[in-house]
Write a protein that binds this ligand. Structure first.
Ligand code: ATP
Ligand code: MG
Length: 551
């Protein structure tokens, strides 16, 4: 088959077989988020898999909101999910809400009751737990298990009419209390919840449980391959039972794959929501969040995320992916795209004492040495410049090749300068460095008289534009331990804010513009805090990594 974006994997093989055997003429997949939070990078894996698989075989993909739990769901999440799926580069064929099927689901539940396959149960939640049995012991039957069809129909209807309080009654599938699979021991399929639903308002006060609703949603839409994560493997017999006993015409196949986990990365909506609610971060799109919105604000591109998702592949066993792998893909994507520029994040002033006062030279530099087509640009040079604080030391250790008294270094795109003196303030802090330059050493003139070991980046003070830089580290201070309270493992230094300077041609940058600041890494203009007066740059990644990708 043509147009092959995905490499072979066991799910793709199932699809190929189903098309070759004629089981399906066309495939239909779906991405079924619950609108109870923003999407994260784990969801991206599922999105890329579902959309690209269907696309490869000229099939279709639905975006379906699995909105069967009114308590946690919200339209803010619905909107953010739509935006994120689009931004990742995908277009769904149909947009559905599980809540649109509530009437049909109710009717299928009534069908089960009529067939003697479901009953209303009055046990409390705790009693039900006690009756359920364990992995080694069978469960006990509920005293309500043998209610008549008429009584069940009447009670279920009255549940719908709002006669009972939350938790007073549930509807259960009548399957097998002795099943070795606990999911099959008369699971709850409807519960009472007097709660406002974001879509259906107060029309319903009973809501279907995930294990009942999901297979029906898939079957109603004619989904052929219902791809979900591994923890649902033990639920598959129930999935198939619901499709069969509810007499659904279409028979979707549930296939499980390993969820994405990344080192040092929170990957659960519940915990991400906690970070937002506790104001540990500045919203769902905080650049430290592994949400799609956070990665976007940090500066990740859809291409980098898609390439990452393709590379990690689809497997049947859970594993942990190194977070450096994601960083690898954004570096790879931005290397060609991002213009180079010099920025000083921790400035200290250098005065070039033998350079004429008031003079400005415009020096040439390549926009991107890795992409000659990007052309060249001019940068100003004058008597006063800023360099990084860390590029000067009064008493340097051995092998320090940057600026120190008596030493000569190269200024990138400009001249060699030699440190003659420095000035301290009353607290002993170095505030100014005095250098001389050698006019013979101008960059681009082919000067070969002598060599220097250090090359520094700099910004001309006369033309420097103030800017803010935000540097990030993982939000978790260490690999999260199972029993430790999650909020205790937060890294208190996950964000550092610095005030520095950028080159003058950068003053009109717009949110989401991306650059490589030489020696510092790749940066993205922040969408929330950047202003015309003062650009704010989020560091996406630093330049170097020890990570090697095995190809
Ligand atoms: P979380 O555990 O983060 O709350 P969820 O599974 O409850 O996620 P849903 O909105 O139900 O979130 O997920 C929508 C789809 O995304 C499901 O098909 C689910 O299997 C998939 N998905 C969620 N997390 C991951 C992950 N880490 N890796 C791969 N797929 C995922
Ligand atoms: Mg879920």
């Amino acid at each position: 088959m043509e147009n092959k974006p995905t490499s072979s994997n066991f799910i793709r093989n199932i699809v190929v077989e189903d098309l070759e055997s004629g089981k399906h003429k066309e495939i239909l997949t779906r991405f079924p988020p619950e609108p109870n939070g923003y999407l994260h990078i784990g969801h991206a894996k599922s999105i890329v898999l579902n959309f690209e698989l269907a696309d490869e075989f000229k099939g279709k993909t639905n975006l379906r909101f699995d909105d069967t739990n009114p308590i946690k769901e919200d339209t803010e999440y619905v909107e953010s999910i739509k935006e994120d799926v689009h931004w990742l580069g995908f277009q769904w064929d149909n947009l559905f809400f599980a809540s649109d099927y509530f009437e049909e689901m109710y009717n299928r539940a009534v069908l089960l009751i009529k067939k003697g396959k479901a009953y209303v149960c009055d046990l409390s939640a705790e009693e039900m737990r006690n009756y359920r049995g364990t992995l080694t012991e069978p469960g006990k039957e509920s005293p309500d298990r043998n209610r008549s069809v008429e009584e069940n129909l009447d009670l279920f209807n009255r549940m719908r009419q709002g006669e009972f309080k939350d938790g007073e009654k549930v509807l259960r599938a009548k399957i097998d209390m002795a099943s070795p699979n606990i999911n099959m021991r008369d699971p709850i399929i409807y519960r009472i919840a007097h709660a406002e639903h974001h879509n259906t308002g107060d029309k319903w006060c009973i809501y279907p449980m995930y294990d009942f609703a999901h297979p029906l949603e898939d079957a109603i839409e004619g989904v052929t391959h219902s791809i979900c994560t591994l923890e649902f493997e033990d639920h598959r017999p129930l999935y198939d039972w619901v499709v069969r006993e509810c007499e659904m015409e279409s028979k979707p196949q549930q296939i499980e794959f390993a969820r994405l986990n990344i080192t040092n990365t929170v990957m659960s909506k519940r915990k991400l929501k906690l970070l937002v609610d506790e104001k540990v971060v500045d919203g769902w799109d905080d650049p430290r969040m592994p949400t799609i919105a956070g990665l976007r604000r940090r500066g990740y591109t859809p291409e980098a995320i898609r390439n990452f998702c393709r590379e990690i592949g689809v497997a049947k066993a859970n594993s942990l992916v190194d977070s450096q792998m994601l960083e690898h893909f954004i570096r790879e994507d931005l290397n060609k795209k991002a213009p180079r520029s010099m920025a000083v994040m921790r400035p200290i002033k250098v005065i070039i004492t033998n350079y004429p006062e008031g003079e400005v030279e415009w020096l040439e530099s390549e926009v991107n040495p890795d992409n000659p087509e990007a052309g060249t640009k001019k940068i100003p040079f004058s008597r006063e410049i800023y360099i990084e604080e860390e590029d000067f030391m009064e008493n340097p250790p051995k092998k320090y090749f940057r600026l120190f008294p008596g030493n000569e270094v190269r200024l990138r795109h400009a001249y060699f300068i030699k440190c003659q003196d420095f000035i301290k303030d009353e607290n002993g802090k170095i505030v100014e460095i005095h250098c001389t330059y050698d006019p013979e050493t101008k960059s681009g003139t082919g000067f070969t008289g002598r060599k220097v070991k250090g090359t520094l980046h700099w910004v001309a003070a006369s033309h420097a534009v103030p800017a803010e830089f935000r540097l990030y580290e993982s939000i978790l201070s260490e690999d999260e331990e199972e029993n430790k309270d999650f909020l205790d493992s937060i890294n208190p230094n996950s964000m550092e804010i610095l005030q520095g300077f950028i080159e003058p041609d950068m003053k009109d940058v717009k949110p989401q513009d991306k650059f490589q600041f030489i020696r510092h890494g790749y940066f993205n203009v922040d969408t929330k805090y950047s202003t015309k007066e003062k650009p704010v740059f989020n560091r996406i990644v630093s330049l170097k990594s020890s990570f090697v990708i095995n190809k």
